[in-house]
Design a protein around this ligand. Structure first.
Ligand code: TRP
Ligand code: SF4
Length: 430
């Protein structure tokens, strides 16, 4: 018998390429350090990351960190968006600063939504739900078009973005309108903006995303690196740090040399770290950062990311906004949500006899997925469902009814909270 794995529904096989080819790290390695891991963490739905250690270390030592994401106000918010919202909120609850962008510039340029529609969708679909899920005041909720700092940062990043790289990621060609390109840069600016002076300067920032969003993260990490005044290289011997700043003011290089005891060259400073303690090496980094900020640079840290797996569409294929039966929207009527569950693809066998004999296949069941991702918080309760299913004592009909009930309750409760959130928009400066 194979080992029971109640999280098996979230198959990792399809994602292993991300580790090997793209250098995404496994989230499991960090899991034990996290104090109150979110359901998505415990259940390995969040499976990968880039430099999330930076965020975790800040979290554990009480230093500033942030979580940010953006939503395009062009369609209905559904359970997939709920995942991102919950991840932002969890980080806010762990002491982080929370940022939520409404990507109205993108929706206007790319999807042809009017500004008025953007405003309405932004508030009604995304912001109300985020507040209903528990986003608290102090969170920075903004529309891209309303943020001068994001727009000017996008311009700045544009200096280091070239068309071929952007085209490779976004599929731009000669027909692509320029505002579409600007909105790609605006997304990178959203990601880096929590590190701007206005919000207290450089800090670890995590962007929780779906597995397919990694190219945007890599682009932004690259832009952050290129926009910085200084690049720090640890020499292969490990004995020396080289601070390179081709375009940096000479004064700034001089100051770094002086404050770190390094040797000044034309375009770089070499700092011996032989015999320095880790704390002293960290001090070198901190000096370089301070000098960069003093001379008007950004000193961005590469943004961190976490990657979550996707839910399957309720019919078995992909979730798609053009197929309303494939997803459950956060504003679906509770009874409609329940109906969608009743019509969803299960991992049940063809006949009841077979089901009893072989057991069901929760790993292939979209109903079970709803329980794992959204509807059952208690791990033991979920384990019971899993065991009963594979043991053949659980019938799909009843299981769907149970899940439909939970879904309808969830939607009803969420929608009531949305109405309360509507009264609280002012607390968020909206
Ligand atoms: N482009 C994203 C989308 O299509 C929305 C978005 C804008 C975003 N800014 C962001 C996502 C910053 C993550 C981080 O939905
Ligand atoms: Fe899915 Fe439930 Fe059927 Fe198992 S019993 S296959 S979990 S619907």
């Amino acid at each position: 018998m194979t080992t029971l794995d109640p999280w098996g529904a979230v198959k990792i096989d399809n994602y292993s390429k991300l580790f090997d080819e793209f250098g995404i790290s496994k989230f499991d390695e960090l899991l034990e350090k996290i104090k109150n891991p979110h359901r998505y963490m415990r259940r390995h739905i969040i499976f990968g990351h880039r430099s999330y250690d930076s965020v975790l270390n800040a979290m554990l030592s009480g230093k500033p960190f942030a979580a940010m994401s953006g939503f395009m106000p062009s369609g209905r918010a559904h359970l997939g968006h709920k995942m991102v919202m919950e991840e932002i909120i969890w980080h806010q609850q762990q002491g982080g600063d929370a940022f939520l962008a409404i990507a109205d510039m993108e929706a206007h340029a790319v999807r042809g939504k009017t500004w008025k529609e953007c405003r309405e969708y932004g508030i009604n679909e995304y912001i109300l739900s985020a507040i209903a899920f528990g986003l608290e005041p102090g969170a920075h909720i903004y529309f891209q078009s309303g943020s001068e700092s994001v727009k000017s940062l996008a311009f700045e990043l544009g200096i280091k973005a070239n068309l071929s790289e952007l085209s490779a990621i976004y599929g731009f060609n000669g027909e692509t309108n320029i505002a579409h390109m600007v909105s790609a840069l605006t997304q990178s600016a959203d990601i880096l903006n929590p590190q701007s002076e206005e919000f207290g300067g450089p800090k670890p920032v995590v962007i929780p995303v779906g597995a397919d969003q990694d190219p945007h993260i890599r682009l932004t990490r690259g832009l952050a690196y290129k926009t910085n005044m200084f690049r720090l290289l640890v020499e292969e011997t490990g004995k020396e740090i080289s601070v390179r700043g081709k375009a940096a003011p000479k004064e700034a290089l001089k100051e770094i040399a002086k404050r770190t005891g390094g040797t000044l060259y034309e375009e770089h400073v070499d700092i011996s770290i032989l015999g320095r303690t880790p704390a002293e090496v960290a001090e070198v980094y901190s000096i370089v950062q301070k000098v960069e900020l003093k001379y008007g640079g950004y000193a961005f840290m590469p943004p961190a990311s976490t990657y979550h797996k996707f839910m399957t569409g309720l019919q078995g294929g992909k979730m798609s906004s053009s197929a309303p039966d494939s997803y459950i929207a956060l504003t679906d009527k509770p009874e409609d949500g329940a109906k969608k569950v009743m019509r969803a693809k299960t991992g049940g066998r063809v006949t009841v006899e077979e089901q009893k004999k072989l057991g069901g296949e929760p790993d292939k069941c979209t109903v079970y997925e709803l329980l794992v991702y959204h509807l059952v918080e208690d791990d033991n309760e979920l384990m019971e469902v899993y065991k009963d299913c594979v043991g053949g004592t659980r019938a799909c009909g009843n299981c769907k009814k149970y899940t439909a009930e939970l879904m309808s309750k969830f939607l009803k409760d969420h929608q009531e909270k949305r109405e309360l959130a509507r009264e609280r928009l002012g607390e968020f400066g909206l």
